[in-house]
Ligand binder design. Sequence first.
Ligand code: COA
Length: 264
Amino acid sequence: MERFGRLQTLAVSREDSATVISVARQEALNALNKAVLTELETVLDALTADGPKKPLIITGEGARAFVAGADIVEMADMNPDEALEFSRFSQRIFSKLETFPAVTIAAVNGYALGGGNELAMACDVRIAASNARFGQPEVGLGIIPGFGGTQRLARLVGMANALDLILTGRMIKAEEAFRIGLVHKVVDEGKALEEALNYAKAVMKNSPFAVVQVKKVIYATITGRDNGMEVEADLFSACFAHPDQKEGMKAFLEKRPADFQEEG
Ligand code: COA
């Protein structure tokens, strides 16, 4: 498969200082459906096999969204087995991104919600435009984060902030994301990609071999995460056996508030 150019759901370009992957589903605010995830895995595998010489930047096409989450239309009718498979499949791809043998940078140009925030968190560095918005709104849909978010968010911002964001599902502005340590830098609207390219250029001056060793050792010190990922996938799947998931997603698609069951 050709790794560069305009693919079905991604645009992949070769810049001087980085390879740039843009999620290209603007009609759904770049939401991650299976087609995007499959293509992302194919591109990551191909770039990894080439032996990447440059950093990798992930961004979203258009001015509104980085990625507004996993695709709710696609998830709405999933059963627990399909949800388990979806969670494991996405965890695997994001783990390939995390272990990609070069620096990875998320240029967050707009909404980074749910799976979008999880995608950004699977990168080594996050640069946000001032209009970027972050959040894990899953509980409002009757589910939990299922693409590694329960594990990576707590690592990055501490358990207190992770609980706050995941339990409320609230959306935060780029400045707050910077304050809690979720993003490394905030730049003017429209400038996230440019700044990510500058960042990539700075990293390129360093030894690529040493950079990869840093990634290996930093991520190797994360203990207990394999188990955490398994629990996440299992509980993500369990949500799809509860009526709240059907109601939460139906309500989103019908553009109305969800009417969840009271727990007895
Ligand atoms: N999956 C599927 N479609 C999505 C989507 C998602 N995660 N996020 C947005 N879209 C679609 C909308 O359904 C809408 O489609 P339509 O034009 O066919 O109605 C289109 O993208 C534009 O979104 P819209 O909601 O009309 O824009 P908005 O400016 O009013 O709101 C958001 C923007 C990001 C606040 C809102 O789209 C949102 O809350 N999205 C879902 C976020 C989420 O819960 N993600 C986690 C999923 S696990």
